[in-house]
Design a protein around this ligand. Sequence first.
Ligand code: FAD
Length: 568
Amino acid sequence: LSRTFRDNHRTVKLVLLCTAVSGGGIVAYGELAPSEAVVTDRKKVVVLGTGWAATSFMKNLDSPKYEVQVISPRNYFAFTPLLPSVTCGTVEARSIVEPVRNIFRKKKVDVQFSEAECFKIDAENRKVYCRSNANNSLNGKEEFVVDYDYLIIGVGANVNTFNTPGVVENCHFLKEVEDAQKIRRTVIDCFERANLPEVSEEEKKRILHFAIVGGGPTGVEFAASLHDFVNEDLVRLYPGIKDLVKITVLEAGDHILSMFDKRITAFAEDKFHRTGIDVKTGSMVVKVSEKEISTKELKNGGNITTIPYGMAVWSTGIGTRPFIKDFMSQIGQASRRALATDEWLRVEGCNNVYALGDCATINQRKVMKDIAAIFKKADKHNSGTLMVKEFQDVMKDICVRYPQVELYLKSKQMRNIADLLKEARGDVKKETVELNIDELKTALSKVDSQMKFLPATAQVASQQGIYLAKCFNRMEECEKNPEGPLRFRGEGRHRFNPFRYKHLGQFAPLGGEQTAAQLPGDWVSIGHSSQWLWYSVYASKQVSWRTRALVVTDWTRRFIFGRDSSRI
Ligand code: FAD
């Protein structure tokens, strides 16, 4: 019998030797003398999650100085950007998942994996409380406690329903592999049901109305994939009902894909209009019942309209997982949207806990305070004003340090905060302005309240995982030699450079073998060539050669034979 006891960050393995067993119980045992006990000073790292953030952390952690326990209800990594392709059978579900044990097996780090979900974090006593998946356990859900020296939280996020009545009961989500499989089956179900002889024309129309709530990248990509599936494959198989199919995107804002460049937004809206996908902007969904969606028409004096539908997919953004909410209240972050960290990804308000990916956000208020301090410093004569040239230099510096400010400005199609300031003052026409620091602060507070946190994307999550793994790999060396790079804010020095997000661009597949790509340097490309770029990037980003081969095979199969419409 071997058991592991933990004491003061040391792992002591005591080997209990059963010398005799009688009547089912141990009657005598021996213990190794202290000199013989195996003592290691490896720190215990507990990683929650097996998504983008946690997996990229694990893939890049290579210091054998840690004993790692990964806990997640999912024993696989899923390549989420291809989930919309799974909904229509362009790619099979198994082609985009890789068992995490395959990934960990190749590591020289000691890794244990438990298929379970964490339901409570006790940061004071450095413990996480977990329960096994019900189908994994003999006696229902078994609970266990794990202690840690370092905790890495990468548990992603929930779907955000904004508490809209009826959404959970009646809508599909597109977050997990199971969701994509369920959507695929439901689409086929709708076609089979609408094809039954007894169904009235009106009912057929309702059943074949596919409503997508949310005009962000996921909703738009799903609408485009569904349109391709229907027009390239299903119309040939269901000729009698093909003209009754309708796809509608409901978006509360003024445009779909609002986080993309204006040219992409305009192209997408125009393309959807041409191909017959109905885009209803200014439509806020307020209630979903079994057969109808109620929307508030924001452009139409707030009128309530009801739309009959057959299948609805809800894709309006992300929310916080309940156990993370509890943890946030425990550490004084109850009012926040996601776990606030500093730029080293350490959760504010507790020690040795790191958060990355969709469940975390870098504390913007602090960033804004720093930016205000940078402006003040630039105002050498203490005159309260900066000339435009000085201001632009400061802005360049800020954008290098805080790429999220740059992202925000780009998302608003602004060149810099001067534009924001002009907008705030209403003097948009003036070419040059003398910038008043107080006015700037007011403008910045506007940025603070509006600025998107780092986008919740796989790109951010994976870069954070790589960054944190590199810090952990160098942790021991840095502890011996703590004089690290200069901290740029506040006093003192810090062991590691802060996390810097490098935006590599983003894609928006629009169907019909056309994709919009927004690449660094404001370079926009739309069309078939970008679709090939999309294929190459997504093939290269696969987590293993096995999934890469499977995905490429699926794409080839689809080109040759079309998509499979069996309902299995
Ligand atoms: P996730 O990848 O969601 O992983 C969370 C992990 O935590 C999972 O393993 C989960 O099982 C585990 N977990 C959950 N609860 C618990 C618990 N209680 N205890 C322990 N573990 C838990 N981003 C892009 O950059 N480009 C794209 O093209 C793109 N397309 C997308 C398409 C779709 C349909 C979706 C849904 C997302 C897309 N994203 C894309 C966003 C991207 O998937 C997320 O930003 C990314 O997955 C975030 O990574 P994460 O590690 O934080 O969370």
